[in-house]
Design a protein around this ligand. Structure first.
Ligand SMILES: Cc1cc2nc3c(=O)[nH]c(=O)nc-3n(C[C@H](O)[C@H](O)[C@H](O)COP(=O)(O)O)c2cc1C
Length: 372
């Protein structure tokens, strides 16, 4: 392939021309913070910080108390400070902190808010987004239509959509028995979602889940996608804030080590992909952990409207304590808690830690793959 052919086209989202159509997926807890997002932004992609547990992470880093609004503001501002485009991923499952995180990101001038793990039906109503692109994550055309219809009533339409297939890392938008269906292969999910995006205003479609090489990117662009979102490849970069142990676990992981946890699983109720040797997962499988919830990010409201309910709070029979496990993976409370490592299926292919610059050169086709 000639050099010219392999240079990727830009993606335009809400009038912003992002030179490289690679969105670095938000990775919570504490994996995609400003060092990773700003490095991606600098290389011409869209860098995304994760809002998950950000108040604790930023407070620890700075030695000053930050609430969720302030932490989102701080992290987005830093991610943008070296130039390029940067935004934030805010998961719907983090109900208690959702609105504050959105407001902090908007006030900091995030280039995009990307929101999944639940349908972000109310996102445009929280605060006028001005120049910030609002981008839902979906796993089907049906979910996208629900969002488009609701947003239409709010006088808004998505600025782009991320279609995430079942090979992704983190929480999955599929039930356990849907994960391996032929109909749910990303290539097969794509056309109906593209048609839906055209129907509601022809906004860009970004595909995610299992995309690994420059050629993978070209394949989806040729199918009609406007960009790709990638997580696992950025997890094992120098700039990712995953702990060294986490990065080594990714490098060591073999195909058979990567499983989807569901019982015990995430208190959000969504299947969650993990490395099965993750210390917290091993304890969870053996039902060794005593229930303990002292973080409370996935809390739901009780009858009185207070955020007190978490399925992992009373019993660890069916759920693991995801906040503590993931915080530990980012080195937050490693002395007290066992880490839980989430990855995409392609973690089995990762065998070296790259800088974002080297990875972006490989993904854009400017340099040959260092290791595939
Ligand atoms: C370590 C890790 C953490 C993730 N955390 C989140 C998250 O907090 N919110 C979210 O919407 N997606 C999350 N994801 C999904 C990614 O943003 C991305 O869409 C997905 O991993 C793409 O698939 P890939 O890993 O095969 O590239 C996470 C993925 C990984 C690998």
């Amino acid at each position: 392939m000639s050099g010219n052919e392999s240079i990727l086209p830009e993606i335009v989202i809400k009038g912003k021309k992002i030179k490289v159509p690679v969105i670095q997926g938000g990775m919570g807890v504490g994996v995609s913070l400003y060092p990773l997002a700003s490095a991606v932004a600098k290389e011409g992609g869209l860098g995304i910080v994760s809002s998950a547990c950000l108040d604790r992470l930023v407070s620890k880093r700075t030695g000053k108390k930050y609430n969720s609004y302030e932490a989102a503001y701080e992290e987005v501002s830093r991610a943008k400070s070296a130039g390029g485009y940067a935004g934030i991923n805010i998961m719907g499952a983090l109900v208690r902190d959702y609105n504050d995180s959105v407001k902090g990101a908007l006030d900091a001038g995030a280039d995009a808010i990307i929101s999944g793990a639940g349908l972000p039906l109310n996102l445009p109503a929280i605060q006028p987004p001005k120049d910030t692109a609002l981008i839902p994550i979906v796993s089907s055309a049906r979910a996208l239509e629900l969002i488009c219809k609701k947003w239409e009533r709010l006088g808004y339409r998505p600025d782009a959509v991320v279609l995430e297939g079942p090979l992704a890392g983190g929480h999955l938008g599929f039930k356990m028995d849907q994960i391996d269906l032929e109909s749910n292969i990303l290539e097969n999910l794509f056309s109906p979602v593209k048609d839906m995006a055209i129907k509601y205003g022809d906004f860009p479609v970004i595909v995610a889940g299992g995309i690994y090489t420059h050629d993978d990117i070209l394949t989806f662009l040729k199918m009609g996608a406007d960009g790709v979102q990638m997580g696992t490849r950025f997890l094992a970069t120098e700039e990712s804030s995953a702990s060294d142990e986490y990065k080594q676990a990714v490098i060591s992981a073999k195909e058979e080590d990567i499983i989807v946890g569901h019982d015990p699983g995430s208190p959000c109720g969504l299947p969650f992909r993990v490395i099965k040797q993750s210390p917290m997962y091993v304890s969870a499988i053996k039902r060794l952990r005593q229930p303990k919830c002292d973080k409370g990010y996935v809390l739901l409201k009780d009858k009185e409207g207070k955020f007190t309910v978490c399925p992992a709070k009373e019993s660890n029979e069916h759920h693991f304590c995801i906040c503590n496990g993931l915080l530990s993976s980012a080195g937050y409370n490693r002395d007290k808690e066992e880490p839980l490592y989430t990855v995409g299926t392609n973690a089995a292919r990762v065998d070296t830690i790259l800088s974002v610059k080297t990875l972006m050169e490989e993904l854009t086709g400017k340099a040959p793959a260092a290791a595939l």
